[in-house]
Write a protein that binds this ligand. Structure first.
Ligand SMILES: [Zn+2]
Ligand SMILES: [Zn+2]
Length: 233
């Protein structure tokens, strides 16, 4: 499994339908999201590809408690001893490995098809301890600062992460970039999800990374604003 460079110090790790990201920080490697269950070895292989041992992974930041983002969290913590960070509304789901909230499919035929292939709220994953709870506006003191932007609608405890030092937004599943920039496959609350899309479009960034789909490496905020006219912060 190859780690794909996005910008200096940032690598995308494609994990079969969902992405995780590795940030090369002074305090060690930081992982954003942890893939479906059974993907720990693929993430460790991507680290090995960068010349890093499991112990080099020091922190794991989870954008939200869906199975495709927290599935391998417990296995990764076991393998690396990394500390974990998550919004307080979603942390209890990761800590129980259950209690996923139901989603309604997005209003788009293709996304709806994917939704019925991928989404089940009755699933369980291996529980994992969350060491640090995140709130909206917190600047997580990793990689020079990752600002948490609470972005509910797809998932109540979802956060996007703004890496201001590098002009990178990790948009999580607020939107996807599969066949163009569009919705996630489902929403807990679609109106809330739209507000979160406009909120992210109002931020200042050049590069956008998504839970699903390719990264946008130039002019990403403008492209998001063209799709979702921003509301003033
Ligand atoms: Zn999700
Ligand atoms: Zn996802």
């Amino acid at each position: 499994m190859k780690a794909k460079p996005v910008v200096q110090g940032l690598y995308m790790v494609p994990l079969g339908g969902v992405n995780a990201f590795l940030l090369d920080a002074p305090e060690g490697l930081v992982l954003i999201d942890a893939g479906f269950p059974g993907k720990a070895d693929a993430i460790l292989a991507a680290m090995a590809d960068l010349g890093r041992a499991p112990g080099h992974l020091r922190h794991i930041v989870l954008t939200h408690a869906h199975r495709d983002h927290i599935g391998s969290l417990a296995a990764l913590v076991r393998a690396t001893g990394a500390e974990t960070w998550m919004h307080r509304l979603d942390a209890p789901i990761a800590e129980r490995g259950a209690g996923f909230r139901p989603l309604k499919p997005a209003p788009n035929f293709l996304l709806r098809l994917l939704f019925h292939m991928l989404i089940r709220s009755d699933v369980k994953v291996e529980p994992a301890t969350i060491d640090h709870l995140i709130e909206d506006g917190d600047v997580i003191p990793l990689a020079g600062g990752l600002r948490a932007v609470h972005a509910p609608g797809h998932c109540a405890g979802q956060v996007a992460l703004l890496w201001q030092a590098r002009g990178v937004l990790f948009a999580a599943d607020v939107c996807t970039h599969l066949a163009g920039l569009t919705d996630p496959i489902g929403f807990e609350d679609q109106e809330e999800g739209r507000r979160s899309q406009r909120k992210l479009a109002g931020l200042d960034f050049t590069v956008a990374c998504f839970g699903h789909g390719k990264a946008i490496t130039h002019d990403a905020a403008r492209r998001c604003r063209a799709k979702w006219p921003a509301v003033p912060a």
